[in-house]
Ligand binder design. Structure first.
Ligand SMILES: Nc1nc2c(c(=O)[nH]1)N[C@H]1C(S)=C(S)[C@@H](COP(=O)(O)OP(=O)(O)OC[C@H]3O[C@@H](n4cnc5c(N)ncnc54)[C@H](O)[C@@H]3O)O[C@H]1N2
Ligand code: MOO
Ligand code: MG
Length: 429
């Protein structure tokens, strides 16, 4: 018997999934492994940076008052009383008409309040003593990098839930975090279903195709920041699939299946959900591709039934799975980043469903342009390569024309959106 499905809008579907959002536990990783993870604690500065006044240039540290009379007609000469490289401290106090040769990064000697760049000085030796002369005055504070000018003690440097990029790694190192508190990565199980599937290493046979979805999803899981557990591909045999899904669920935090969610004779996911007594959150979404995307919940764990069609599978992951992963990291903007762009091609045929066209968003003369990235069918694989955005075309009775202002969701951005699902720009034509 054909199962009745209730169609719901995409935003509503995402909302239903997000009700099962959870936060991961914390774990400590070495700094070298922190890049790409999400911080599990706020990090505050326990000291000023720099921790001491220092020189931003190679040159001479002086007392600015001694330069007051200097001019090109009247050069002022200083006795060079020492030399100091980065990492060392000049212990004495510098006196009247004395200078210290100083290198970039070295602490300003006591008594000095300005640094003269080497290029602005004339140096010479007399009676085994070093001298330096200048032809202009220098204000107090010239070329001093002050203690705390970069970061002040007590400031919040990084927030819980923040993505650790190379800059964050630098800050963590600066403040002595050789071990970093990050959120544990949720483990996401992947199962591919379909009697037609061969693994990538196998030769093609009549009627068969290679399983691309499982590998694509595993890459998407890693891009989103989670860990993968691959259970393999399974033929469309109901009993086997029930066992596989049930056993896999024990081992993971969430489970993704691909294929078998539509109304075909061998589309067993609805029967599997029933057999394991899972609660189906939705099984029809007003979106293209991916209208058959089904999400269910069993004992608090989510089961994402993504479509077998590669583009639909890809879109389903980014809309529904990615934000759950990012929320597990306490990230405040877990959804895809939304931006407005100019549509770079015509979509004259109206569609009642909201379309997520795989596209390339790029700047052209300061304007974000969104171009479809190729063959635009649910079954397409080739157009996913160039896709860095979904072009969002809300459903309705009108098509879209090149030049219209539309919204895009960015796929390779780390900033994200808090909730992108309100008021997408519709066609006005
Ligand atoms: N009568 C109807 N037929 C279909 C409907 C419908 O509403 N009524 N929906 C269509 C839509 S929309 C989609 S999308 C697909 C969804 O299909 P399933 O999720 O059930 O997936 P399968 O039937 O297993 O496979 C669909 C397609 O994808 C290929 N596939 C499957 N797994 C993989 C994989 N791991 N790697 C690469 N390609 C895969 C498979 O060979 C099929 O070609 O249903 C429409 N039909
Ligand atoms: O779920 Mo299908 O991808 O809408 O084409
Ligand atoms: Mg099917």
């Amino acid at each position: 018997m054909l199962e009745k499905r209730k169609l719901i809008p995409v935003g509503e579907a995402v909302k239903r999934v997000m009700e099962f959002a959870f936060q991961e536990k914390k774990e400590i990783v070495p700094l070298l492994q922190a890049h790409g993870r999400f911080l599990a604690e706020d990090i505050a500065a326990d000291a000023d940076v720099p921790a001491f006044d220092r020189s931003p240039y190679d040159g001479f540290a002086i007392r600015s008052i001694d330069s007051r009379e200097a001019s090109s007609e009247n050069p002022v000469t200083f006795k060079v009383v020492g030399e100091i490289g980065a990492g060392f401290v000049f212990e004495e106090t510098v006196g009247h008409l004395e200078a210290v040769r100083i290198m970039t990064g070295a602490p300003i000697p006591k008594g000095c309040d300005a640094v003269v760049m080497l290029e602005l000085t004339h140096t010479f030796e007399e009676n085994n003593e070093m001298y330096m002369s200048i032809k202009r005055t220098f204000e107090a504070g010239t070329n001093i990098s002050y203690k705390g000018e970069d970061v002040q003690k007590g400031a919040i440097l990084l927030e819980k839930g923040q993505y650790i990029n190379p800059g964050a790694v630098a800050l963590l190192a600066t403040f002595g975090y050789d071990q970093v508190p990050v959120f544990r990565k949720p483990i996401i199980g992947v199962i591919a279903t379909g009697s037609e599937l061969l693994e990538p290493g196998e030769s093609l046979q009549p009627g068969k195709i290679r399983n691309s979805n499982a590998y694509m999803i595993m890459a998407q899981i890693e891009r989103a920041g989670a860990s993968v557990q691959y259970f393999g591909k399974f033929s469309d045999e109901l009993d086997v699939c029930i066992d596989v899904v049930q056993n896999a669920l024990q081992e993971v935090d969430m489970l993704i299946t691909t294929g078998g969610v539509s109304v075909g004779d061998y589309d067993y996911l609805p029967a599997i959900y029933e057999a394991i007594d899972a609660n189906v959150l939705f099984n029809k979404v007003a979106m293209r591709p991916g209208s058959v995307t089904t999400v269910a919940e069993s004992k608090g764990k989510l089961l994402f039934g993504l479509s077998g069609n590669p583009s639909a599978c890809y879109v389903g992951f980014e809309l529904f799975v990615r934000p759950i992963i990012r929320t597990a990291f306490s990230n405040k903007q877990p959804h895809l980043r939304r931006e407005s762009a100019v549509l770079g091609a015509d979509f004259t045929k109206a569609n009642p469903f909201t379309r997520f066209v795989r596209g390339t968003a790029l700047y052209d003369n300061g304007q974000l342009i969104a171009l479809p990235s190729g063959f635009d069918k649910s079954s397409a694989v080739s157009s996913l390569v160039e896709a860095n955005a979904f072009i969002v075309l809300p459903g309705g009775s009108r098509g879209y024309e090149k030049g219209m202002q539309i919204d895009v969701l960015l796929l390779e951005d780390m900033q994200g959106s808090e909730w992108p699902w309100n008021n997408f720009r519709k066609s006005y034509k």
